[in-house]
Design a protein around this ligand. Structure first.
Ligand code: GAL
Length: 698
């Protein structure tokens, strides 16, 4: 059956996690009165309801959830109904100790916390599916039911005997024979030839690891365990989805992801979700590019289909050492940023503050006193009114990206568990560096898996594509053959899907495209810079017609310094220090001469100045530098959908993330959907800090 896709609604949904089982009925009434004041139309119910829905294995008791759901229905709310398996009840662990995880150190845990079931536990699988089935049976067809929310924030890992057995089964299915397994793991190294599947054990502190999860003697084993764990949890999600589908064939099913989250390969999960949703809790107050990257990554999971923000806090989180407030206007700005990047729902954790336990001070729409005259509530209500006024204006609209950024969990895992380079380099930080440069230049970017169709993009950026698998090298070559641009960075093309080095020059299958070989890789501690001078190759020397860049730019490169030998590529940047001073740090290859496109390589950790310079040259070739590229903190994001007249209906979001007001000339004429004001092209747009303009272009 085809996926139902993202829920069909008449406006951007607004509301969030609501757990009224923590307080008496009269408080519910006050809550709903407040929801009305804030135009809150959606509640997510039952995420942590397991222990009251099923007090023991033989007993289900739906009275409380019935009342909670009924109150939402009576209030005319849309309901996102959870399968209640985000946290296990105590009896489950007591009766079946196997449901508790065995940690990386090999310690079997006892009951406590949440998100911590063993994914291989037969008891967990049976009882979670049974609960999901009961819930689906009972609540399918509930008026306003808009989505099913399976589990909660899957993640982590287990190393128990059941998982060990599951790992062996998974390996048998993947490799078929021990010969193939031993080859994949390069098992002749350190005398690891396995002669019986039973000899395989999970890689952890008791076996292959030292100094923690990233230090392993056998990357192949650890990489496979990461893949296995991600798939074992996917099987848990599937158990529940199958149970739901027995009673409800059409309501969209999802689970809440976490953006750039290492333990789960969201690309491998994506096909099983009807739509993507994620929880946006940025680690700091000035993370606008990182949030944009995460939104684009989540949108890329379902080929550009709109996604949901399932959770964000109205004010503070509670789990960090320091939990600063969102400043006035920031909640609104970040919510519009999500919509600008393709969100068709903006939901909170949580509607009312928990009464006790570790999240009792976590931010909420309503505080413990239930006040509606707080700054937080006023901001929530003002945003609710805006979203209501916007109606269906951007629902379903897509991002018209001409730039793709490749994101790859295998490369993330393989690079970060690798010895020999620089442990200070983190895959998401490398990706974010490139993304930020694209974002600041105003490019619309799809963040996609390496299997994505690249034929629709002018520019494809592949940061730290450590693992080169499938036909990605050929597809990148195609981009350049038809005139497009490819940008790759250090650490790319090192290993195959098994994490074994290519028996060839680095960057392996990418070498012909990039026109170079990497001979050595130097590393330095953070803060040790090597100045890289960037200058476009002389037009004459390059055989092209481009202008010579009159002013070279100097970028402080850090952490990784590959020593590059060009094999057809032109030199764009050179190192300024060390024994490789004067050798290439950035190159450009035009394998088809003037007829085709360009393949750039950045062999070192350029700083933001250097990355911006490189990225803008690439974007410029295709006219993709945005109109506000000169303004550091002004973001432009675009959504398009078919218009009534057969044309394209284009809505552009202009967001000021800066700390100062700014005046920019409007990039187009249109109506600001938030104010109704018509703006002429070129007319000054005044944006106070956190201001947003939603321009329906004429
Ligand atoms: C999320 C989680 C919620 C709540 C929230 C607090 O990760 O799904 O249940 O704990 O964090 O920030």
């Amino acid at each position: 059956m085809p996926s139902p896709g993202v829920p069909v609604t008449s406006k951007i949904l607004y509301g969030g996690d609501y757990n009224p089982e923590q307080w008496p009925r009269d408080v519910w009434e006050a809550d709903y009165a407040a929801f009305g004041k804030a135009a809150i139309d959606t509640v997510t119910l039952g995420v942590f309801a397991w222990s009251y829905l099923q007090p023991d294995e033989e007993t289900y008791d739906f009275d409380r959830l019935d009342a909670i759901v009924q109150r939402a229905v009576d209030g005319g709310k849309r309901v996102v109904l959870a399968t209640a398996t985000g946290a296990m009840p105590p009896w489950l662990a007591h009766r079946y100790p196997e449901v508790c995880r065995t940690d990386f150190e090999g310690r079997r845990h006892v009951y406590g916390q949440r998100h911590n079931h063993c994914p291989s536990s037969p008891a967990f699988r049976r009882l979670s599916a049974a609960l999901a089935e009961r819930i689906a049976e009972r609540y399918a067809g509930t008026p306003g039911l808009v989505a099913w929310h399976v589990g909660n924030e899957y993640g982590g890992a287990c190393y128990c005997d059941l998982c060990a057995a599951g790992f062996r089964d998974w390996l048998r299915a993947r490799y078929g024979t021990l010969e193939r397994l031993n080859d994949a793991w390069n098992a002749t190294f350190w005398s690891h030839l396995f002669t019986d599947w039973e000899q395989v054990v999970p890689p952890n502190a008791l076996s292959e690891h030292w100094r923690g999860p990233d230090h392993t003697a056998f990357q192949g084993i650890t990489l496979d365990y990461l893949r296995f764990m991600s798939e074992a949890m996917l099987a848990n999600y599937r158990d529940e989805k199958v149970a739901i589908r027995r009673h409800d064939p059409t309501t969209p099913v999802t689970t809440n992801f976490m953006g750039l989250f290492r333990p789960i390969d969201y690309h491998r999960w994506a096909a099983d979700l009807d739509f993507a949703s994620w929880d946006n809790y940025p680690p700091g107050p000035r993370e606008h590019a990182r949030m944009a990257l995460a939104h684009d990554l989540m949108r890329g999971l379902k080929d550009g289909q709109p996604f949901w923000v399932m959770e964000q806090t109205p004010t503070i989180t509670a789990s960090r050492d320091v939990n600063p407030l969102k400043r006035p206007g920031v909640l609104r700005l970040w919510s519009w940023q999500a919509v600008a990047h393709g969100a068709d729902a903006v939901l909170y954790f949580q509607m009312r503050q928990s009464k006790g336990a570790c999240e009792k001070y976590h931010g909420a729409v309503l505080d413990h006193a239930g006040r509606t005259d707080t700054r937080a509530f006023r901001e929530v209500a003002a945003l609710g009114a805006e979203l209501e006024a916007l109606g269906d204006a951007v629902l379903g609209a897509r991002t018209p990206a001409r730039v793709a950024l490749l994101f790859d969990w295998d490369s993330w895992w393989a690079a970060e568990i690798t010895d020999g380079f620089n442990r200070h380099v983190k895959y998401p930080a490398v990706v974010l560096g490139y993304y930020r440069a694209l974002w600041q230049a105003g490019a619309q970017v799809d963040v996609v898996p390496v299997t994505a169709d690249l034929s629709r993009y002018d520019v494809v950026v592949a940061p730290a594509l450590h693992v080169v698998k499938g036909d990605v090298a050929a597809r990148l070559e195609d981009v350049v053959a038809r005139g497009g641009s490819v940008l790759a960075s250090f650490w790319s093309g090192r290993v195959d899907e098994d994490d074994n080095a290519f028996l060839a020059d680095v960057p392996g299958p990418l070498a012909p495209l990039l026109g170079l070989r990497v001979e050595e890789t130097d590393s330095a501690a953070p803060g040790v810079a090597n100045p890289v001078t960037l200058r476009m190759p002389d037009a004459g020397g390059a055989g092209g017609s481009e202008q010579v860049d009159p002013d070279p730019v100097v970028s402080d490169a850090e952490l990784v310094f590959e020593v590059v030998v060009p094999q057809g590529a032109e030199v764009v940047g050179t190192y300024g220090a060390e024994f490789y001073a004067g050798t290439p740090a950035v190159t450009r290859h035009r394998p088809h001469g003037g007829d085709g496109g360009e393949a750039w390589y950045v062999a070192t950790g350029l700083d933001d100045t250097g990355l911006a310079w490189v990225v803008r040259h690439l974007l410029d070739r295709h006219g993709l530098v945005g109109p506000y590229a000169a303004y550091d903190d002004v973001e432009l994001a675009v959504r398009e959908r078919p218009g009534a007249d057969g044309g394209v209906e284009r809505t552009t979001f202009v967001l000021n993330h800066g700390l100062d007001a700014v005046d920019v000339p409007a990039h187009a004429a249109g109506v600001d959907l938030l104010t109704g004001r018509h703006v002429a092209a070129g007319e000054p747009l005044h944006l106070e800090p956190t201001d947003v303009v939603v321009l329906r272009e004429d």
